[in-house]
Design a protein around this ligand. Sequence first.
Ligand SMILES: Cc1ncc(COP(=O)(O)O)c(C=O)c1O
Length: 400
Amino acid sequence: MPNTKQSLLKDLDHLYDGLGANPIRVFDAEANKIDGVVKLTLGEPDFNVPEHIKQAAIDSINNNESHYGPSNGWPKLRQAATHFLKDRYALDYDPDSELVVTVGATEGLHACLDTLLNPGDKVLMPSPTFSLYDQLIRINGAEPVYINTAATDFVLTPEQLEAALAQEGPRVKAILLNFPSNPTGVTYSKAQVEAIAKVVAKTDIAVISDEIYSELTYGSTHYSFAKALPEQTLLINGVSKSHAMTGWRIGIIAGPAELMKRVMLAHAFDVTVASNPAMAGATEAFATEAGRQDSLAMKAEYIKRRDYVVAEMRDMGFTIPEPTGAFYVFAKIPAGCIQDDQEFCYDLLRKNKLAVIAGGGFGPGGEAHIRVSYAASMATLQEAMKRLRAYVTANQSTHK
Ligand SMILES: Cc1ncc(COP(=O)(O)O)c(C=O)c1O
């Protein structure tokens, strides 16, 4: 095994300053060491990929679809994806010039940020938010700027956005939104989206709207940011969450053609194109009625789990904004318990073998909160709630 020549490393760390390992994965690895642990840590559906989607991928392999596809993805998938966006969210995109298939939403976010950002630029984000964004911004030499939304039930208001724009000045290049949100489980109403869009429309700032959880919206209809302000929006979506296909790595970006021309270059230089079997599976997921029914069935299951977890945790004393999407509960630690979220999570893990994520890692506003992922079976959730209740009761009596 070769040793790295140390002098090669000397100029490599300037962009990576502070970009350690993802704290969620660090904690998850810690949890994995504990025998009998119950984990509600990762943002991964627990369902299997539906059979007809698997079959489409198998057919693609058997049909020797083994050559490079066009870098923006196979036309059939682009057509299926634009049809999905039209059918579900009333969005109009041209499959040839306004949509690209990516290697998961992650690569889509990367391609958008690579395209938009120059070193020294700033990106605004309502916080708490998905921790990966921070790293993708900083790897471009740009600066993440958090807008704390804890006081407004984790929804960015136009007033907060205006204040941040005034304070941060001309280097603000983009706003990164995510709804339904990881980690808060909160989504935005049509009126809330339109209010933000009205502020953004007065600027030359791009919005990257990560709507990867759009199909998991509960009790309302998802209203895309791209509907409110298509000319300034790069919309991210995909099949990872809607069809439990996280490991297949298929996402999409849709946006106005002039912008997409540049985004497509960033994508093509990075990965050339997504893989053929995965694209065949995603086509099946987006294009068929069976694909639509799959995500509806998963959604119905998530709603039952959410209702159970929220009722249990509120009863234990957690304060929880109504989770209206995704599969997370973002809960304020009850009074009387350890209030440091990191300490709470490590203590809970050690004492009661339950792993949940500390809220502070998701940015300002997340302190004293925990994120619970309810993408787990009902039996697992029941055991988890039993352990959490036992921990909270014991913790409160020790801290009195
Ligand atoms: C908000 C958000 N965006 C993007 C992703 C990544 O999606 P993908 O697996 O399609 O790259 C995740 C995964 O947890 C997420 O929570």
